[in-house]
Ligand binder design. Structure first.
Ligand SMILES: Nc1ncnc2c1ncn2[C@@H]1O[C@H](COP(=O)(O)OP(=O)(O)OP(=O)(O)O)[C@@H](O)[C@H]1O
Ligand SMILES: [Mg+2]
Length: 274
């Protein structure tokens, strides 16, 4: 479990805290989504989870290891994989496969084992054809996939993904989230997903909403959906109508035109269902 006990953090030369008074438990094998406006403190929180930043007050422990103890940091970073939103900041090698092998090499694994792990990780993100590519030639979305593969190859207990899908097309996004959810079940990985997409977040066990550095709500997806349009004031875009239509079709077994973009038309379509 990752346990945050009343933590606050202020960046150097910054006037106010970026996160304040956060207490939160992230249990094993949980899928937790973190949402909130720009600047609400989500990325800062992510960096506090793997000891990249240390809290000014309070304490973060990962499986009982406090990030305030310098001796624990290597182990904490091994357990908690963190993906930054900007893929360029994380890709440093000449070839995709070298990039992904970097972490396992540092662990001192033997070359055969590394090869196997790298191939598996590339396959997981459907990037096996790009093993010999230089990362700088990849598209933004492909870089994000390589970034995710370089975390998966380390087999972390916790994956903290800071807007990992921002550059992915809808198909890839869906595929990757499905893959991450499957991995969570098979490998007991705990998933923390920072996202602006409610469609992704509603698949989580719990949704944490941040505002001005504070956690203002921890709720089940159902409760968040019930907030409807009030979500907009928290920087969360309510679900797109199209996904609602799809769900209706799936669950009610009805068929509705997919080009409906206005609520009035949808209501009309539902009223005319036979
Ligand atoms: N390196 C930094 N130095 C100083 N202040 C920072 C730094 N990074 C972030 N901040 C400030 O900390 C606050 C929280 O920023 P953070 O990046 O955690 O927000 P966020 O919720 O991730 O936003 P976004 O949705 O835009 O990614 C903001 O007020 C921001 O200006
Ligand atoms: Mg951020």
């Amino acid at each position: 479990m990752i346990r945050l006990s009343d933590i606050s953090y202020t960046y150097p030369q910054s006037k106010g805290p970026a996160v304040k008074n956060i207490s939160l438990n992230i249990r094993e094998n949980q899928f937790m989504a973190i949402m909130g406006k720009n600047g609400s403190g989500k990325s800062t929180l992510a960096r506090l989870l793997n000891g990249l930043l240390l809290p000014d007050t309070g304490e973060v422990t990962v499986d009982g290891l406090s990030s305030l103890e310098a001796n624990n940091l290597v182990e904490i970073r091994k357990r908690v994989g963190l993906l930054f939103p900007d893929p360029d900041s994380q890709l440093l090698s000449n070839l995709v496969e070298e990039e992904i092998a970097f972490g396992p090499e540092n662990l001192g694994l033997n070359p055969d084992k590394i090869r196997k792990r790298v191939d598996t990780a590339l396959k997981m993100v459907s990037m096996e054809d790009y093993a010999k590519y230089p990362p700088y030639l990849l598209s933004g979305g492909q870089k994000q996939k390589v970034g995710i593969a370089s975390l998966l190859v380390m087999q972390p207990a916790y994956l903290v993904l800071d807007e990992p899908f921002s550059m992915l097309d809808p198909g890839s996004r869906k595929d990757l989230l499905t893959l991450l959810l499957a991995m969570r079940r098979e490998l007991n990985i705990t998933l923390v997903l920072i996202t602006h997409s409610l469609e992704d977040a509603i698949q989580a066990d719990q949704i944490v909403i941040m505002d001005q550095g504070e956690v203002i709500r921890i709720a089940y997806p159902r409760e968040i959906l019930e907030m409807g349009t009030r979500l907009a004031s928290l920087g969360i875009e309510p679900l797109e109508l199209s996904s609602f239509v799809e769900q209706l079709e799936r669950e009610a077994g009805v068929s509705i035109a997919h080009d409906i973009t206005e609520i009035e038309s949808l209501v009309e379509a539902i009223c005319h269902l036979s």
